[in-house]
Ligand binder design. Sequence first.
Ligand SMILES: [Zn+2]
Length: 66
Amino acid sequence: MTAPCPLCKKPADQAHLPFCSKRCADIDLGRWLKGVYVLPGAASGPDDEDAQTDSAPDDAIDSETP
Ligand SMILES: [Zn+2]
């Protein structure tokens, strides 16, 4: 009835679904956290540059207006 552990294909344990043990659950959590840590780090660079370029044209428009 229960699907096997997605990591090692052993029968899943009710206490650690969908994994067979805490060890496999921790491995999956570690992979998930790695992916989460990568996304903000990669987005932080371009986002910071965009904020700087965005403030420059706004300042130019303000000085052109009489
Ligand atoms: Zn497992």
